[in-house]
Design a protein around this ligand. Structure first.
Ligand SMILES: *[C@@H]1O[C@H](CO)[C@@H](O)[C@H](O)[C@H]1NC(C)=O
Ligand SMILES: [Cu+2]
Length: 235
């Protein structure tokens, strides 16, 4: 009895270690404290994923929706924002970044991120398609960096990082989605961005059966990967 309990605990610890969160940002070479400009996520202890794409957790995976984070970080349009991963991107899959402009009368700390407000600014996919040896650009990364498009409008935004782990994605609900939202204030943008037809809601943007979510990672050997969600908005 004792033996099997410790074996079970060991397995649980091993799988929890592969899970991850995005609690910190990197600025000027230093790493921030946890949950300063990034809203505390529900998985801050478990590090576990969202697996229901229709869940309210798909917005920002917040522990306490409505609370906001204490800080909002100034970022230049065309500049970057780096999330520090706890402990690293431990599973294979695509990385996405989305932005949502905070509506007039609200702030990055108060906006709930609901509605068709999100546009995608980055996605990546694997190399090695058709070889049985896929390589995902974010695999094992300790930090992930979003570049804020130079053509955005100035003002406050939520910046949503999303990594979709595909190692168990061959059945519905098997994809593991890791999410966090940073509060940023953008200046220096040209404001010429065109988000027509590219604004989505979370939840709402994805279906459990989207080919990039319900996906056989290992067999049959994948020959293509289609990221879920809208087009990437570029300048
Ligand atoms: C956002 O940036 C603008 C331009 O630098 C600045 O005037 C404004 O005070 C900033 N807002 C916050 C909340 O920091
Ligand atoms: Cu995991």
């Amino acid at each position: 009895m004792k033996f099997s309990t410790s074996v079970a605990l060991g397995l649980a610890a091993a799988s929890a270690q592969a899970h991850y969160t995005f609690p910190r940002y990197v600025s000027g070479g230093s790493v921030s404290p946890d949950w300063q400009a990034i809203r505390t996520t529900e998985n801050k202890y478990s590090h576990g994923p969202v697996t229901d794409v229709n869940s309210a957790a798909m917005t920002c995976y917040e522990e306490s929706p409505g609370r906001g984070a204490p800080q909002t970080i100034n970022v230049q349009a065309g500049g970057t924002f780096t999330f520090d991963v706890d402990t690293n991107i431990g599973h294979p899959g695509p990385l996405h970044f989305y932005l949502a402009k905070v509506p007039a009368g609200q702030t990055a700390a108060t906006f709930d991120g609901k509605g068709a407000v999100w546009f995608k600014i980055y996605q990546d996919g694997p190399s090695g398609l058709g070889t049985g040896n896929l390589k995902w650009p974010s695999d094992g990364k300790k930090t992930v960096t979003a570049t804020i498009p130079s053509c955005v409008q100035n003002g406050e935004y939520l910046l949503r990082v999303e990594h979709i782990a595909l190692h168990s994605a061959g059945s519905v609900g098997g994809a593991q989605i890791y999410i966090a939202c940073a509060q940023i204030n953008v200046s220096g943008g040209s404001g010429t961005i065109n988000t027509n037809g590219a604004l989505v809601s979370f939840p709402g943007a994805y279906k459990a059966t989207d080919p990039g979510i319900l996906f056989q990672l290992y067999w049959p050997v994948p020959t293509s990967y289609v990221n879920p969600g809208p087009r990437v908005v570029t300048c």
